[in-house]
Design a binder for this molecule. Structure first.
Ligand SMILES: [Zn+2]
Length: 321
């Protein structure tokens, strides 16, 4: 059976357990912080406390969705994992281009060299830093997933270059490709592009559709092509209530997609208790959201699929099929 790479080494599919598929545990100050001060979680003991609370509640694994060169702190993730006992899967890949300065290597290098960097972060070890200048300081800890981002300008030549690199790394490494979907972007056109590049639909996760696209028809069109949707507009009342979120999930369950849904919280500083004491916390799925799912009639089996089994499948299903 295929194994899954965490920051502290391989784990078996059974060890993945309860998985939050898109979080931010550690984030150094950088361009994201200059855009939004919430995008900074640089206190190791606070981030560790947060992870420990999740572990104590029953969490097993978190995917950290910050790729290289925009504040990812790979060493911090290793320390958090060792201290809390939580499995952490780190990301290589690219985020929205507004998070990188003009001279950044993601802007300047051609697709094949960027793909080589992504591949080497998965096969050899992640780079530390890499905010300025070419990545050079390699750590012995490997990334386990490719993160990419579709912003509202869609597939401009610059984004196409980055997606070519991500697709080529996905083909070479057979790890999942997880895509941030921005509101007002075109995820259907992106999926078309990714399928043409040969990425297996069963290795693709589109994130944030629950706040990116109000039309549930678009969710269903994406799901009908075999990809996974990761929902995380949970405990985010500026977007919508948890009750609305549950109605979105129930509609997808009614439509037969229980094997393609994942969930998480996409936390940053404002929603982590250790940084913001009255925040929802990284354990909110346990304390609040899953009890509400139960109350609203979502079955134990469906919750097990969303929280455990589907995450295992996206990493380990043979050829992503
Ligand atoms: Zn995120």
């Amino acid at each position: 059976m295929k194994q899954i790479m965490t920051v502290t080494g391989w784990i078996s599919p059974e060890q993945l357990g309860f998985c939050q598929c898109h979080e931010h545990l550690m984030l150094d100050k950088g361009v994201p912080y200059e855009i939004d001060p919430n995008m900074c979680m640089d206190d190791l003991s606070k981030s560790t406390d947060e992870a420990s609370r999740l572990k104590q509640m029953g969490g097993s694994t978190v995917i950290d969705a910050q790729p290289a060169g925009c504040g990812r702190n790979a060493e911090g993730l290793v320390q958090i994992s060792k201290a809390s006992g939580l499995n952490i899967i780190a990301s290589t890949g690219f985020h929205k281009l507004i998070f990188y300065r003009d001279a950044h290597w993601l802007h300047t290098l051609p697709a094949d060299q960027i793909a080589d960097i992504f591949i080497s972060e998965i096969q050899t070890g992640m780079y530390s830093g890499a905010e300025k200048g070419l990545p050079k300081d390699r750590l012995p800890y490997r990334a386990g997933i490719i993160k990419a981002a579709l912003d509202r300008e869609n597939l401009t030549p610059q984004y196409q270059k980055l997606f070519y690199a991500a697709c080529s790394a996905a083909a070479e490494t057979d790890v999942p490709l997880m895509v941030h979907i921005e509101k007002d972007s075109n995820p259907l056109a992106l999926l078309d592009f990714l399928l043409k590049q040969g990425v297996a639909p069963g290795r693709m996760i589109f994130c944030h559709m629950d706040r990116a696209a109000a039309s549930l028809q678009i969710h269903k069109e994406l799901l009908s092509q075999g990809i996974y949707l990761e929902y995380d507009t949970i405990g985010r009342y500026k977007y919508h209530s948890d009750w609305i979120e549950i109605q979105i999930i129930k509609e997808m369950l009614r439509s037969g997609y229980e094997s393609q849904l994942l969930f998480s919280l996409d936390t940053t500083r404002a929603r982590l208790k250790s940084y913001t004491p009255d925040a929802i916390g990284l354990d909110y799925l346990f304390t609040t959201f899953m009890p509400l799912m139960h109350k609203e009639g979502i079955t134990d089996r469906q919750i097990l699929k969303i929280s455990h089994l589907n995450c295992i499948d996206v990493f380990t299903k043979e050829h992503g099929l």
